[in-house]
Design a binder for this molecule. Structure first.
Ligand SMILES: CC(C)(COP(=O)(O)OP(=O)(O)OC[C@H]1O[C@@H](n2cnc3c(N)ncnc32)[C@H](O)[C@@H]1OP(=O)(O)O)[C@@H](O)C(=O)NCCC(=O)NCCSC(=O)C[C@H](O)C(=O)O
Ligand SMILES: [Mg+2]
Length: 301
């Protein structure tokens, strides 16, 4: 088996906003929004007759002021579609932080895209994100995630697409996502097994703040790193749910202090007020505090 790549930089991906590349107002607005990443969408939010104009909009946008402090991701159309090749040419020209591939249902797609980017001498920093949103994508998600560990592969993040998955499977959009939970957990497990981030699906009813809150809480509890969003009104709740709370930061700092105490030297397990903590909890605590630092260091939008 291939080695899992070294620990990747802990990118903040709590709130990942999709912006239709055809919508100039939304593109402009993305500068002022407090999300961690923006997905510039050339796929399903752009009508076939507008794909060319959407690419032109992105060329102009990338030539303008940089999108400070946010990851820039371009979602292209499938490489097997009539639009895919021109979209990928645009990615090679604009060099965003990542290209998001829709409807990935087998590992071959990751390998082929990695090769195309390497052939174009795109810098290694240009990563691949993969949408898992088809029945075969879910069935093959372990192999897809593993393909990210092959030499030269650029896979960095899996993004769930429940609109497509519901369409393909007939699972109804019900609160609690009971029938989807096994598939969501399978995707998260595959991502974690190979050192990738997993992002939860969009929530369509952007005026339903309460329902969104519940779904963010569920996504965080499941182990997602963040959520793909469709509307600016969803950003602050996603940042809150997927970022560490004050209590979690205080608890992590207490664990770090407990292990820094000379009395803990040589111990792998200690009693913290009636609760067992091990060095594995120290690793978790350090990662959480690191994430908290990244959040406070982020430039305000
Ligand atoms: C859903 C929307 C079409 C609603 O847009 P609109 O009617 O303009 O909403 P509002 O009037 O409430 O907007 C208020 C202001 O916010 C700006 N806005 C809205 N959405 C965005 C956005 N995504 N990014 C940036 N700015 C945005 C409006 O311009 C208004 O600004 P102002 O003029 O200053 O008041 C719209 O929200 C939208 O198009 N959302 C994104 C849709 C999208 O990207 N779809 C593709 C991703 S979904 C997906 O991937 C599904 C997945 O594949 C799956 O299978 O599940
Ligand atoms: Mg989709």
């Amino acid at each position: 088996m291939n080695q899992i790549p070294p620990f990747r930089s802990l990118s903040l991906r709590r709130s990942v906003l999709s912006v239709p590349a055809i919508n100039l107002r939304a593109l402009e607005k993305s500068h002022s929004l407090d999300c961690d990443a923006v997905i510039f969408d050339l796929e399903d939010s752009v009508a076939p007759e507008n794909k060319g104009q959407a690419r032109e909009n992105l060329r102009a946008f990338f030539a303008g002021p940089p999108l400070a402090g946010k990851e820039r991701v371009i979602r292209i159309n499938s490489l097997s579609s009539e639009f895919g090749a021109a979209d990928l040419d645009l990615v090679k020209a604009l060099l965003p932080d990542a290209v998001l591939l829709p409807k990935v249902d087998e590992p071959r797609v990751i390998a082929e895209t990695s090769d195309l980017l390497a052939d174009a001498q795109a810098p290694e920093e240009l990563r691949i994100w993969a949408m898992i949103e088809t029945p075969r994508g879910v069935l093959n998600v372990g192999a897809i995630a593993e393909s990210g560990c092959m030499p030269g592969a650029r896979l960095d993040c899996l993004v769930v697409g429940l609109n497509d998955l519901r369409k393909e499977t007939g699972v109804l959009p019900q609160p609690g996502r009971n029938f989807l939970a096994p598939w969501l957990m399978q995707i998260i497990l595959a991502a974690k097994a190979y050192g990738l981030d997993a992002l939860d699906s969009v929530f369509n009813d952007f005026r339903d703040a309460e329902g969104f809150d519940v779904e963010c809480g569920q996504g965080r509890a499941m182990g997602f790193s963040g959520k793909m969003l469709i509307h600016p009104s969803q950003i602050s709740a996603a940042n809150r749910h997927f970022g560490p709370s004050e209590e979690e930061i205080a608890e992590a700092q207490a664990i770090i202090s407990a292990f820094a105490d000379p009395a803990a030297r040589g111990l792998n397990v200690i009693n913290a007020n009636g609760r067992m903590i091990e060095r594995l909890h120290l690793v978790q605590a350090e990662a959480l505090v690191h994430k908290a630092h990244l959040i406070s260091a982020r430039k305000p939008a």
